[in-house]
Design a protein around this ligand. Structure first.
Ligand SMILES: Cc1cc2nc3c(=O)[nH]c(=O)nc-3n(C[C@H](O)[C@H](O)[C@H](O)COP(=O)(O)OP(=O)(O)OC[C@H]3O[C@@H](n4cnc5c(N)ncnc54)[C@H](O)[C@@H]3O)c2cc1C
Length: 407
């Protein structure tokens, strides 16, 4: 069946939902396909960055967004040998919103779905894109399976926003260049008490790193292990793991027992990769499908949303006029490639110079490095990491105007 949409977006994550909202608002009929029944997912980042908060204001959605339950993070710290060093301060950002908002990602995606202009925006949940439809060397749609069976959705543009394991980009013949990462991450939750004084922080000890993220009623914990180190850690037994966590975060020693079994601990295989080419005639990859980011700095969502804004800014007009060419798609890649390269370059530097060295169990006892001591001693320096994490390189702004659908 031909749904006649101009844009078919595969994937209802941050990139796909934001691109869908913006294109629909700019008068382009959009169908978003999401294979899951809802947005509820294992933790995959609850951070809404200042740049995204500014976008909400630009779209006139700021007030509605602020009414949603959320916590604000204004500073980030690193703890070494029991001493806290402040490394980022968002309170001086050149931005209307000088904090990171912490909100379950599904609440944010639900919010975007509610706010999208329904006359142009069709979100199909439980609908998985199975394959690309290609005619004369051009992608002209997808075949998808939804609650009513299989269907063909034809579109002037297929936007692949289907994440780091994108099946659509593989079908398009794209293979990302992998850069490797020295670590994987174990995710789990521990309860948080109103009396807990600690803030969101990275805690460093010889051979181990623990990031504790204040999520209001619980601490979201990220325990960093050397690549493939998960099996060794599990072999050591749960009591030993609990003790390692308590050692890094004494505050949590009285509740590490809440990790009742290894089922409570999920593994994130860290991937850093990037496509050399993001487009083909009729198809463009954005977000993690174009570039999986390291968890360092927690900027994957930001980059995905910025790609979506750039895509809407550059493609809404040609789509509405029916003049879209591959050169337009190339413009999106050209605009976003530099921020992606710079961010991944920095992440790889931190991975190799800091993370890999800390995780080496054979090294000398850990001492606070000079960079950390300098950041803590000179507060204005803390604005730089805040800018990189909160706004990113080349922050995007909404350039499209609200429009009715093309007749
Ligand atoms: C455990 C974990 C923690 C993270 N923490 C952070 C953090 O704190 N801060 C941060 O900024 N980033 C974080 N990230 C990274 C962040 O989640 C990603 O960078 C971001 O979600 C990318 O957005 P996206 O829209 O490109 O892809 P995704 O969020 O992966 O969304 C892709 C969507 O496509 C859907 N999909 C896939 N295939 C199909 C198909 N064939 N048909 C239909 N639908 C399909 C998926 O169900 C999914 O909903 C984390 C990632 C993980 C895994």
């Amino acid at each position: 069946m031909d749904r006649g949409a101009s844009v078919c977006i595969v994937g209802g994550g941050p990139a796909g939902m934001m691109a869908g909202l913006l294109l629909a608002r700019a008068g382009v009929p959009v169908t978003v396909l999401e294979k899951h029944a809802d947005f509820l997912r294992d933790f995959r980042g609850d951070t809404i960055h200042p740049s995204t908060l500014d976008l909400m204001d630009e779209l006139g959605l700021g007030e509605a967004f602020r009414a949603l339950p959320q916590q604000r993070v204004e500073t980030l710290s690193g703890v070494v040998a029991g001493r806290a060093f402040r490394i980022a301060d968002f309170r001086h950002l050149p931005s209307r919103n000088r904090f990171i908002a912490m909100m379950p990602q599904w609440d944010f995606l639900d919010f975007l779905a509610r706010q999208a202009d329904k006359s142009n925006f069709c979100l199909q949940m439980r609908t998985e894109s199975l394959s690309l439809v290609e005619e004369a060397g051009r992608i002209v749609g997808v075949r998808a399976r939804g609650p009513d069976g299989e269907t063909e959705i034809r579109a002037d543009l297929v936007l692949c926003a289907d994440g780091r394991h994108s099946a659509m980009r593989a079908q398009a013949g794209f293979r990302p260049q992998a850069f490797g990462a020295p670590m994987d991450v174990l995710w789990f939750r521990l309860s948080r008490r109103a009396s807990d004084a600690d803030a969101t922080a990275g805690r460093f000890g010889r051979g181990r790193i623990l990031v504790t993220i204040d999520r209001g009623e619980h601490w979201q914990c990220a325990y960093v292990v050397p690549k493939g180190g998960d099996a060794r850690l599990r072999a050591g037994g749960l009591p030993a793991f609990r003790a390692r966590v308590a050692d890094l975060a004494p505050l949590l020693a009285d509740r590490v027992g809440e990790i009742a079994s290894w089922d409570d601990v999920k593994v994130l295989t860290v991937t850093v990769d990037r496509l050399e080419r993001w487009h083909r005639p009729g198809l463009l990859c954005i977000g993690d499908a174009a570039h999986a980011m390291s968890p360092i700095g927690g900027v994957g969502i930001n980059l995905a949303i910025q790609d979506a804004v750039a895509a809407a800014n550059l493609l809404a007009d040609p789509l509405r006029r029916g003049t879209l060419t591959e050169a337009d798609l190339a413009r999106v890649q050209r605009r976003r490639m530099l921020p992606v390269r710079l961010t991944q370059g920095l992440q790889r530097l931190v991975q190799n110079r800091v993370i890999a060295r800390v995780l080496d169990e054979t090294g000398a006892p850990l001492r606070p490095p000079l960079a950390l001591r300098l950041l803590d001693a000179l507060p204005p320096l803390q604005r730089l990491p805040a800018c990189i994490v909160g706004l990113g390189f080349r922050p995007e702004h909404v350039r499209t105007e609200p429009q009715a659908a093309a007749p």
